[in-house]
Design a protein around this ligand. Structure first.
Ligand code: SF4
Ligand code: SF4
Length: 170
């Protein structure tokens, strides 16, 4: 368990601040060169926002009766692509990494669910469909198709965004 905890990036206040400051500076100093990655980030934002009404609807139908909330046992954190997306799209990063060295589960999990706006959550939190949600979506194949297509496009765009950013700044 300790090994896993220490593998979470930027899991102290200081490291999180340093990562965000450094990324903000790199973005500010390379504006013309990172035009492509910023375009990809805007596209990701549009696609994410298009999935949120579907996700909200799904959550309204499944989460209120859930007895094993995923966020209470989730072992997830913001990775480089998540932070990069937020900085390129001009969205404020969460105040802290989701997990800290002592944390057993996500610090943003609250009594009424996640305390972060969807757009600020790590992509894995949008990408993950729990078994109850998957089961429900199987009865609505058109809805399933819309969500899965968007998630696949976002995943590919995130890779492209990271690649073009690294290419531009190194
Ligand atoms: S997403 Fe699924 S596992 Fe998570 S709280 Fe909702 S119903 Fe439960
Ligand atoms: S950020 Fe929100 S959705 Fe993601 S694990 Fe934490 S509480 Fe759950």
């Amino acid at each position: 368990m300790d090994d896993h905890r220490s593998s979470v990036p930027w899991n102290t206040r200081a490291l999180w601040r340093e990562a965000n400051t450094s990324l903000a500076t790199t973005v500010r100093q390379n504006r013309p060169g990172i035009a492509e990655s910023r375009r990809q980030a805007r596209q990701i934002k549009r696609l994410l926002e298009s999935t949120f009404p579907h996700m909200d609807r799904l959550c309204r139908r499944t989460c209120p009766d859930c007895t094993d909330a995923c966020c209470q046992r989730a072992w997830v954190w913001a990775d480089f692509k998540d932070l990069l997306f937020l900085h390129l799209a001009g969205i404020p990063a969460p105040g802290r990494q989701l997990l800290d060295p002592q944390g057993g589960h996500c610090r943003y999990e609250g009594p009424a669910g996640c305390r972060l706006e969807r757009i600020r959550r790590p992509f894995v939190c949008t990408w993950y469909l729990c078994p109850a949600q998957t089961q429900r979506l199987r009865k609505e194949p058109a809805e399933m198709q819309v969500i899965q297509t968007s998630l696949r496009q976002i995943k590919a765009l995130r890779q492209g965004m990271e690649r073009s950013f690294i290419w531009a700044v190194t």
